[in-house]
Design a protein. Sequence first.
Length: 278
Amino acid sequence: MVIYVRNDSPIAVEYRKTILSMSLNLKYLLKTLLYRYTPGGWGYYRYLRSLKQSDYVHERDKHPVRRKHQRDEGWKAETRDGLVYRDYGSYDEYVQHQIQKFDEILKMGVGYTNTIVTTYRKRFHRRFRHLSNYLGKDAKILCAGARQGTEVEVLRDLGFRNAYGIDLNPGPNNQWVVEGDFMHLAEADSSIDLFYTNAVDHAFDLDAFFKEHARVIKPDGYAIYDIGVDAKGGIFEAVSWDSDSVVFQMMLKHFRRVVKVESESDWQWILLREPIKG
């Protein structure tokens, strides 16, 4: 017996969605295998590894701003609303400090081993694998502080064709990320379906940081914030806190709904919806 199913029937629509999902996940899996097992790296990461400068001596050659801002040096003495900020003399000093991270990684040739790249791809896949429950594949997704753009590439692999990234220092020949500042976004008001960042602790001013993101997200749009657990006072972090609840409470000043919260061994991520404008 042959059963005919109309192309516009719920069964046919669901079947096409399933096939599309399987093909997109296959793309992600195949690329992840290439990143994991290709000797010397694959794709853009192979190129990034080629930029290592063999004559670079970090303590001798690092940017002057890095002599002030070390892990335990360059912080303000006082705590403000449960937060401690770096003692930047100006916004330009903040920008100069932040852009050094990618420069140093490239010069020293660290951070892009096959194992590291695949570990981050898997983490981002865990973050984004359920997004199709909330967003269409044509959603405009902005990844901020994206550096080389691993999260953007994973989103594209999963079919979100309008995902893109910004960073103060996107590095050379970056197809996923353009230059931009998550404290001062170029995007129009209410233009973004989903905002994502894992660089909360790199904010110059945390309240202004969330307010600016709420400005560009659509009224029924989403934000995902990835927060490192017990990641206090790192080399390039601009703000530190003793309790994650301080950050969560600040988020809730700028979003009406908490959709989902999940935790891993060293990360927590929060899916928020309906930004509060103002």
